[in-house]
Design a protein around this ligand. Structure first.
Ligand code: EPZ
Length: 418
């Protein structure tokens, strides 16, 4: 089991880093490719293990996948001959639920292992199943499997009880070839949803309203081929922005969409950090002790839950105490215990964490509880005195392309050890 060894000392990160394609767009767009019989070409895909597993899953059900160069994938689903992806692969992937909507939309059948919970608390998919049922599918859950059967899918209006990225996307996948019109109300508005809609529309789907809370889909008989370049990963970008600010560094991020970073830029500026935006570049220069702030996570365009652990890590060194409220997931403070091991003074009560400032972290052995917490511990290790050894770093490689190489290029001393 490899681990990451991070050398502390708060050496300011300097330099520039290119942001990769968005994991949370890619893990939806790749399964979505089974909705067409024509080949599709995907570009700007991040080189991460979640994507490698997804490609293996598609190949296991008869999809042809070629990777002519890094970051590019050509998928041909004309030979798809199975709707039961293998358990040993699917269970490795949280976002396997997209296979339900994609396969239901493609062949009216899907048998997918129920996605495992993870360290963010229970990960229900009741809204996904509500959507599938509303469009005419029969859904059966049991023995760790979700079975979907549909003798034809029909458009309908679905009002999501919860603002859910996954359920919104899954419903889009199911609806693009359903007969008639589907309206998704109380839809999530994340940029990754817009990217999936743009991809499907490039293949001939008729989706409007993605990025708003009402998405309309008019079903089409079939989809064609197309080319799509995945948007930059706003969460990876935010990770390096917090890393730069937390080490009082000066880092230039390349290939970003600043608009997608609005809540992150606003919060960093509130902390007193200089953030300059120029075209597809964002520059973060720390240079001063951050001010304490109150922070609440919300669905987009609120502050992203995926950067909550990064913000918390940085706020341990702020002037004053901060209050963080996690409104998206039930239990996304698993990283607190590990930060406390490093000397942080954080008190959790329900969905709220009180983060004491002016804390000098010390290196310690910690364990990544989810991929974003893993990244936060790298930042904590850079801020701390001494060395930090981070275990369970498979989480990190699931969602961050070349994270050690990128941090090293900014001056961090970080090595992968057995
Ligand atoms: C997506 O997860 C992302 N993952 C998560 O990123 C991200 O944290 C999350 O959206 C919120 O932005 C992918 O896109 C692969 P949700 P998802 O459905 O779709 C509840 C990362 O680090 N809910 O928007 O699973 C749910 O429990 C990952 O990259 C239901 O109650 O999240 C949560 O409290 C972590 N019923 C809330 O909604 C449902 O059917 C939001 O979850 C679905 C969700």
């Amino acid at each position: 089991m490899s681990k990451l060894l991070v050398k502390g000392g708060k050496k300011p990160l300097q330099g520039s880093v290119r942001i990769s394609g968005a994991k949370n767009a890619a893990v939806a767009i790749i399964p979505a490719a089974v909705l067409t019989l024509a080949p599709v070409r995907l570009e700007n895909l991040p080189e991460i293990s979640d994507i490698r597993i997804l490609v293996e899953i598609l190949q296991s059900i008869g999809v042809r996948a070629d990777q002519p160069e890094p970051g590019v994938l050509i998928l041909d689903s004309s030979g798809l001959d199975n709707f039961k992806p293998p358990f040993y692969l699917v269970s490795k992937l949280r976002a396997s639920y997209y296979l339900l909507g994609a396969l239901a939309g493609r062949c009216g059948r899907a048998e997918v292992p129920a996605p495992g919970g993870c360290d963010l608390g229970p990960r229900p998919i009741d809204q996904h199943l509500k959507g599938l049922t509303a469009l005419g599918a029969q859904v059966e859950v049991g023995h760790g499997l979700v079975k979907v059967t549909a003798n034809g899918l029909y458009g309908n209006t679905v009002y999501l009880d919860v603002v859910s990225v996954g359920a919104t996307i899954n419903l889009m996948l199911t609806a693009v070839r359903a007969r008639g019109k589907t309206v998704i109300k109380n839809a999530a508005k994340e940029p990754e949803i817009v990217d999936v809609a743009n991809f499907l529309n490039a293949l001939g789907a008729r989706i409007s309203g993605a990025g708003t809370d009402v998405i309309k889909i008019t079903g089409v008989e079939e989809l064609g081929g197309g080319v799509h370049s995945v948007i930059p990963d706003r969460i990876e970008a935010g990770t390096y922005m917090f890393a730069a600010a937390a080490t009082a560094g000066d880092v230039l991020l390349l290939d970003v969409i600043p608009k997608h970073l609005d809540p992150v830029i606003a919060k960093l500026r509130e902390m007193g950090i200089d953030v300059e935006v120029c075209g597809d570049r964002v520059r973060v220069s720390g240079g001063r002790t951050p001010r304490a702030v109150d922070l609440k996570t919300f669905p987009y365009p609120g502050f992203p839950t995926d950067l909550q652990s990064l913000a918390m890590t940085m706020l341990t060194s702020a002037e004053g105490n901060s209050v963080i409220t996690e409104n998206v997931f039930e239990n996304r403070f698993r990283h607190v215990d590990e930060l406390v091991k490093m000397g942080a003074r954080i008190k959790v009560e329900g969905r709220t964490a009180l983060v004491e400032g002016s804390c000098r972290l010390g290196g310690a052995p910690v364990s990544a509880t989810d991929l974003r917490a893993g990244a936060a511990f790298i930042v904590a290790g850079l801020m701390a005195d001494g060395e930090t050894l981070i275990s369970k770093i498979d989480h990190v490689h699931r969602g961050y392309e070349n994270i050690c190489g990128k941090f090293r290029s900014l001056g961090a001393v970080i090595t992968e050890v057995e």
